[in-house]
Structures are given as C-alpha cells and as structure tokens.
Design a protein around this ligand. Structure first.
Ligand SMILES: [Zn+2]
Length: 206
C-alpha cells in the first residue's frame, strides 16, 4: 500500500517537473499509467516535495475562497456570523487566533462563528423562536449574538469601544467586517459579562 502511494507521488513529481504546472491547472491525482514507467530523459528528476505540498495548498486555498464567496455566484448565504469578522479567508488573522491555548482558541472560534451559548444560537438549537427568548440579556433590545455585543449593544458599548474601537461601516454592505484583533478578542471574551454569555445557563440545562 505504502509503495503504491509512493509511486504515485513519484510520478506526479515527474509530471510536475516535465510539464510544470500552468497557472490555474489542477494537479489531478490518478493511478500511474504504463507509458509513465521508465521515464529516463533529462527531465526525469523528481520535483521537490515542496511542489506537491504547494500545489495541494493552493488547491485547498482556492476551494476555501470559492466556498467563502459561493453566495455571490448564486449559492445560499453561508458563514453569515463569521463574515462579520472575516470578509475573506485571512491566513494571518487565523494564525493570530491559533497562537493561543486550546481553550482560548475554542472560545474565540465559538464567538466568531456564533456557534455558542448566546441566546440566538441557543434558540436555533432548541428550536425556540420566541422573540423575548433571543433578546440580549443586557440591553434587551437586539438578538443576542457575538456580533451584537461588539456592534450595537448599549449595555456593552464601553467595553466594545475599549477593546475594538469605534466601529464603522454598514453590516449589509458586501465586504463589511468589524474591526478586531485576536488578542483583544480573547480578552473581551474573558470579561465577566461576555464570559457569562458564552457559558451554558446551568439552570436551564437538565
Ligand atoms: Zn445587548
């Protein structure tokens, strides 16, 4: 089994060296063909392993970006909450999150994706749509979501400005995202009022 995989990797490397990889052309994984065996010309030098990893990485990034913008091509809206934080895939910013502890990364990802214990998401999980059940526990005006705590919660306004500055823009505009950084976000999620929103309500958990 291992040998077979290695053979494919070798052949792909050889083809990579012989043909190069024109821009936009995907490297197709396929079984070795008979005519590929015994290549002995001057090009018969295995491409560096980095060519394969680069090609795979580029493919994954393309797939990631395409999915991110799928709705612009008529797909249904996805990652709505996350897009308030990332208007496009952003490796640098992702890395600043991943540099934290497992628990902190988990909390930040819950916050960014909206998949957390805040009321709006909890209502979706519980299939409980009563408007008063999803209102923010602090301002009681808007749906309780992570985005709300930064964007338009009167009760949390001071903390929001302290950690993220004044927010600008129009959330309904394409390409909108809030202004934030991972370190500040981590500290924001640790504020008692925010932390309590990210913790399950033990009274209601039976
Ligand atoms: Zn609020």
């Amino acid at each position: 089994m291992g040998h077979y995989g290695n053979e494919i990797a070798d052949l792909l490397a050889k083809r990579g060296t012989k043909k190069g990889l024109p821009e936009g052309e995907a490297l197709v994984l396929e079984a070795p063909r008979k005519e590929d065996e015994g290549i002995k010309d001057a090009h018969d030098i295995p491409a560096p392993y980095s060519l394969l990893t680069l090609t795979i990485r580029e493919g994954v990034e393309k797939w990631w970006t395409d999915r991110w913008h799928a709705e612009e091509k008529g797909g249904k809206e996805i990652y709505r909450q996350t897009k308030y934080f990332f208007q496009r895939p952003d490796k640098e910013k992702s890395r600043t999150i991943m540099n934290h502890s497992k628990h902190e990364v988990g909390t930040m990802i819950q916050f960014i994706t909206g998949h957390c214990y805040m009321k709006r998401h909890q209502a979706l999980v519980d299939r409980e749509e009563a408007p008063d059940k999803i209102k923010c526990r602090w301002c009681k005006q808007y749906e309780e979501t992570p985005f709300h705590t930064i964007w338009n919660c009167d009760a949390l306004y001071q903390s929001s400005v302290e950690f993220f500055g004044e927010q600008e823009g129009d959330p309904n505009e394409k390409g909108f995202s809030i202004s934030w950084g991972a370190l500040k976000l981590k500290k924001f999620t640790q504020l008692p009022r925010i932390a309590s929103m990210l913790t399950p309500d033990l009274d209601e958990v039976t």
